[in-house]
Write a protein that binds this ligand. Structure first.
Ligand code: TNX
Length: 617
């Protein structure tokens, strides 16, 4: 009896102790893994460490090799069986003993002698990503790594990030940089929004005017869409990808287990194509030019045989370039005015027995779906494709809240959740501060993104299976440069990765934002990414009523500094001081103090300034 009690006391003590010590339970890994089991000891990585892979030309092995080479690590990768004598320590990439792992899962086992990364296909690649995250990002990579066993696999098969290259164009090099950061965080679908009213961005050999006319606009709206006084910039803007460039990007993504989903918008958001080939629309008396401002246009494709032939030709070239099973056909925000006034459309509706223009849109989408299905592909469309009846095999991308996704799941269609209301519109603002750069509006702070759960409680267990995953969208009306894309993307994309990968029970915003993300932002800065510098952890940006106020903050980015200053009724504006430890302020009766904090990162990037109004009135 006594022995039992003693043993029990020991267990409790032991676990309390290790819990208290564990300030970094997820070992800085983003997205947080399914399970981490700590073991004793460390693995020593040295110049004599041998890299062994079942097949060195497998994508995960190639990626790791290239990564190590970039970090001046000379240890070569060899195939199993080719090793001559036993080495000090070994890093092994294998698919042995992986049959019990869930799809895309991996097991990372670190003992003092060996690091074994085990997985099949994408799983092995994700194991490599986790391993890379455990390496130091700045000092020598020859380091010691704590012994651990990680078993991990994704919550959702579809983990997507979108980029609009129509409103503003981004170079191939930048798209690759975007894919690099997606791969680091185990995202596996790049939704490439290639066509819209303001620019057609992909070369189509059969229709050369799509780029000679459609990829250029004469000028661009300055400032906010509704601000008519701001006018236009009077500067031509353009850009497109050649088919060779597209192939290069698709191959680059494939090497990182990222599928590229092209989006060819129809029947709306098609002004750039119409400006190139005016016969694509119903009103052939009008002249058209590529869109120069934001918001919707009334000029849309006319459902004629000419249009369907054109789209089928375009899609044939698209299918040649993109191996993706899914082709995104847009389908959003199609203004029906033109169809209402078109004698051709009204006749067609009578002939086909369609009761309204929504059904005409369905006819349009279903014809395209049939064509793509016959060619072995499937369509994804924005949730408007539900209106007038869903095409039989379509996947619905739910953007106007979750309603469309829920309706589609009720109808047993696959769904990708990407609701703006859930924080997944990364063109929306990251804070309510006036210091944020110009944006479309909305409000999608990090915490809101992180809190989003793609599986709605309005679905029963059976229906929940149709939620294939989640995606964030980056529309670029107000995002003219790649630096700004990164500012809007990071750190929110890290939260997206955790929504998409990590089991809900393992999510923890405090650990994510204060521990792991702080580490990753420094790593990303070292890699040359821009990001929105978060404000100091626990800095108030509000009004507080008190007579004693304690400033007690921590850096949101590893190695960053926090500066503060005060001013007030009887305190003249103070110069900026470096925050080192908690500071107590006494506020005299009847007075007000203004406390401001700013974060400065190791590379000198600044956060917005927070402002706390402290009143003792
Ligand atoms: C709506 S989301 C759109 C885009 C805009 C975006 C701006 C969707 C399917 N359509 O055309 O760029 O809002 O947030």
């Amino acid at each position: 009896m006594i022995r039992k009690i003693l043993l029990f006391a020991f267990i409790v003590l032991h676990s309390v102790q290790s819990f208290a010590q564990d300030k970094n339970p997820n070992l800085n890994i983003i997205p947080a893994p399914v399970s981490i089991q700590r073991d004793n000891g460390t693995f020593q990585f040295s110049k004599r460490t041998l890299f062994i892979a079942d097949s060195p030309d497998n994508r995960a092995a190639v990626f790791l090799s290239a990564f190590l080479e970039q970090h001046q690590v000379k240890n070569k990768l060899v195939a199993t069986g080719k090793m001559k004598k036993p080495s000090a320590t070994e890093i092994i990439l294998t698919d042995d003993n992986t049959s019990s792992l869930p799809p895309d899962g991996y097991r990372l086992t670190i003992t003092p002698q060996q690091i074994i990364i085990a997985g099949r296909g994408a799983g092995l690649f994700y194991g490599v990503q986790t391993f890379i995250q455990m390496l130091p990002y700045e000092e020598s990579i020859y380091t010691s790594i704590p012994c651990v066993t990680i078993e991990d696999y994704p919550r959702f098969p579809y983990r997507g990030m979108h980029l609009d290259v129509s409103r503003h164009f981004f170079s191939v090099d930048f798209v690759k940089k975007y894919l690099d950061v997606m791969a680091m965080y185990k995202l596996n679908n790049f939704h490439w929004h290639l066509t819209d009213d303001q620019g057609w961005r992909i070369e189509i050999k059969k229709y050369p005017k799509l780029v000679s006319i459609g990829s250029k606009r004469a000028q661009t709206k300055i400032g906010k869409y509704a601000d008519s006084a701001a006018g236009y910039d009077n500067t031509p803007y353009g850009g497109y990808y050649t088919q060779e460039q597209i192939k290069d990007v698709v191959a680059y993504a494939h090497a990182r287990y990222i599928n590229v989903i092209p989006e060819i918008e129809m029947p709306g958001h098609s002004l750039a194509a119409i400006a190139s080939y005016p016969a694509l629309t119903c009103d052939t008396n009008k002249t058209f030019k590529v869109g120069e401002t934001w918001g919707g246009y009334k000029d849309v494709y006319c459902p004629t045989e000419y249009t369907f032939n054109f789209l089928e030709d375009v899609l044939k070239e698209i299918m040649e370039l993109f191996p993706s099973k899914y082709i995104h056909i847009g389908g959003d925000e199609c203004d029906k005015t033109m169809w209402k006034h078109s004698a051709f459309c009204q006749d067609l509706m009578k002939k086909l027995n369609l009761k309204d223009e929504e059904e005409l849109q369905s006819y349009f989408v279903q014809r395209i779906e049939k064509f793509l299905n016959e060619n072995g592909r499937s369509i994804i469309g924005w949730d408007e494709i539900l209106e007038g009846g869903l095409a039989p095999n379509a996947t619905v991308m739910s953007w106007r809240g979750e309603k469309g996704g829920i309706a589609a799941a009720h109808q047993h269609h696959n769904v990708i959740m990407t609701p703006g209301s859930g924080g997944l519109y990364f063109d929306h603002l990251q804070s309510k501060s006036k210091q944020e750069p110009l944006a479309i509006g909305g409000y999608a702070p990090l915490q809101k993104v992180y809190a989003y759960d793609p599986v709605s409680s309005k679905l029963n267990t059976q229906e929940q299976k149709y939620i294939q995953g989640v995606q964030a969208n980056l529309w670029t009306e107000y995002i003219p440069t790649s630096e700004r894309v990164e500012y809007m993307l990071l750190p929110r994309m890290l939260a997206l990765a955790e929504i998409a990968w990590t089991p809900v029970a393992n999510k923890n915003f405090k650990d994510f934002s204060e521990v792991r993300m702080a580490h990753h932002l420094t790593a990303l800065e070292t890699l040359g990414y821009n990001y929105r510098v978060p404000t100091a952890v626990n800095a108030d940006d509000t009004l507080v009523h008190t007579s004693h106020y304690q400033l007690s903050v921590t850096p949101p980015v590893e190695g960053s500094k926090i500066f503060y200053n005060i001013s007030g009724d009887s305190v003249s504006h103070d110069s900026e001081k470096l925050y080192e430890k908690p500071v107590l302020f006494d506020i005299p009766q009847g007075e007000q103090l203004i406390l401001q904090t700013t974060v400065v990162t190791p590379a000198g990037k600044k956060s917005i300034t927070t402002k706390t109004l402290i009143e003792n009135k």
